[in-house]
Design a protein around this ligand. Structure first.
Ligand code: SF4
Length: 472
């Protein structure tokens, strides 16, 4: 990409990466060794993608990736605040880092991500974890190099949190975890304000990237050997709103599918309220789009759905599932379910169980409701007692597990295309890959297959994964 095509902020940040590189070179000389970094991600695929960008900045500045915190000269925690236990994990690990900092005072400890958008959390870190050097948020993570330069040059601790932004900074470096697949942000933020969810408060209002920027990023990745992309957004179905160009998510998908060399396209997450018939048509007709959709249900009860501000009913949701299954009989539909939302009754959970039965999910993530301060649901007085949540959660979990095992069986004996992702962890004579439906398959093979798409007969269903045999 030529520098003419980069925005001003992008160019500024590239200058800071150069400055950081000079600082790193000086330090390397002083210490007579390389400087190492470790970035740890908590949370969702959006955070995974952000971490790749932070790692890319560090790599371009001359740091080398470390496999352990003990060896690192810079440690970054990219945090998540969707559930309380994620917050607690970060605080637990921060306590441990104090010991490392005592041993190596030049170690830099950086915190970023969704948790840092909450004032109370930042205040707690400031007071109780003074060994943290740099805190920044979700809206200004593109400034990572600049912030690090400031920390190194001033020797001060820096806290820089933005409440909002409408800026999207393109073309900064990124270190991809996999050579053959990559996540691509197509939009940031969320406008939906589901009543239990903290995301709109910490990720800000919805902003779509221009289609030309998305397409040229994917073209570059494909040139670089990427076969599969995952288009990422909190609600990809509303992609395009607010852009000057007139474009829907379905149209974006069509254009992405035209990119030569790209073989598979996935996307996440689809809000049911915005899922159009046009999208189902595109999924059906475009061969490159994987036949898998993650369609969060959250609850099967109309009362709870309305309380959650989800803007669809059980009937509407099941209508979408029906259309998807009719259009693509091989599709895998997965979902998220929350159990124990304030005011939820045994009968409400029965409604959820009914949806599981009718929708026939191939998989589901089931969560106990987690109270997030600042959301409307958190201030409700009818919170469900913990023991009741646990009992109801077990009912839902059992139902989704039984359904998933039953549904996987239908693919036994079929030959499907598998993208090989790596050598098997336990048996080096096997490789592991994924079908379009996102099923994991293990089969005999060697490292040379990694990154290729090959036909595999699924010989045995092991519940949630398959054993297979490469064909040809
Ligand atoms: S759509 Fe709802 S659940 Fe998803 S990020 Fe937005 S507010 Fe949260």
């Amino acid at each position: 990409m030529s520098s003419e095509n980069k925005g001003t902020e992008g160019l500024r940040q590239l200058e800071y990466i150069k400055k950081l590189k000079n600082i790193v070179n000086e330090k390397k000389k002083e210490l007579s060794r390389d400087l190492k970094y470790m970035v740890t991600t908590f949370g969702c695929q959006m955070n995974e993608r952000d971490s790749e960008k932070l790692s890319g900045i560090l790599r371009d500045a001359g740091f080398i990736r470390s496999e352990s915190e003990e060896d690192a000269d810079i440690i970054v925690y990219n945090t998540c605040t969707v559930r309380d236990n994620a917050d607690q994990r970060v605080f637990g690990r921060l306590g441990v880092l104090k010991r490392l900092k005592d041993k190596n005072p030049s170690l830099l400890i950086c915190l970023c991500g969704c948790m840092m958008q909450e004032d109370l959390i930042v205040e707690k870190v400031r007071k109780s974890y003074p060994h943290v050097d740099l805190i920044f948020g979700t809206h200004n993570n593109f400034k990572f190099a600049e912030l690090l330069v400031n920390v190194y040059e001033s020797g001060d601790k820096i806290i820089d949190i933005w409440k909002e932004t409408d800026e999207i900074v393109e073309d900064l470096p990124s270190e991809r975890k996999f050579k053959f697949k990559s996540g691509i942000n197509i939009m940031f933020g969320c406008n939906n304000f589901c009543s239990y969810c903290i995301v709109p408060y910490v990720r800000g209002r919805e902003r779509s990237r221009k289609s030309e920027d998305i397409l040229s990023e994917i073209e570059r990745l494909t040139y670089d050997g990427v076969k599969e992309v995952m288009l990422l957004g909190q609600n990809v179905n509303s992609y395009g709103r607010g852009l000057e160009e007139d474009i829907t998510f379905s149209e974006l998908l069509r254009r992405v599918c035209r990119i030569d060399g790209l073989e598979r396209v996935r996307f996440m997450t689809s809000h049911p309220k915005d899922l159009s018939d046009e999208l189902i048509e595109v999924m059906k007709n475009e061969e490159k789009i994987c036949k898998h959709i993650h369609l969060p249900l959250q609850s099967g009860s109309d009362k709870v759905l309305s309380d959650m501000n989800r803007h669809y009913s059980k009937e509407k949701y099941l209508g979408i599932v029906k259309k998807l299954r009719e259009a693509m009989p091989d599709i895998a539909i997965t979902t998220d379910i929350i159990v124990g939302y304030p005011g939820e009754t045994h009968e409400d959970v029965n409604e959820t169980l009914d949806v599981i039965e009718v929708a026939q999910y191939e998989g589901a993530f089931t969560f106990e409701y987690s109270k997030r301060t600042g959301t409307p649901a958190a201030s409700r007085e009818d919170q469900v007692p913990e023991d009741v949540v646990k009992t109801e959660f077990d009912r839902v979990l059992k139902a989704v597990q039984n359904m998933a095992a039953k549904k996987a069986g239908r693919f036994t004996g079929r030959t499907l295309k598998v993208l090989v992702e790596g050598v098997n962890d336990r048996d080096p004579s096997m490789v592991t890959g994924r079908t379009e439906q996102n099923y994991v398959v293990h089969f005999k093979g060697d490292r040379s297959l990694v990154g290729s798409i090959t036909e595999v007969e699924l010989t045995e269903c092991m519940g949630f994964y398959f054993l297979g045999r490469q064909i040809g």
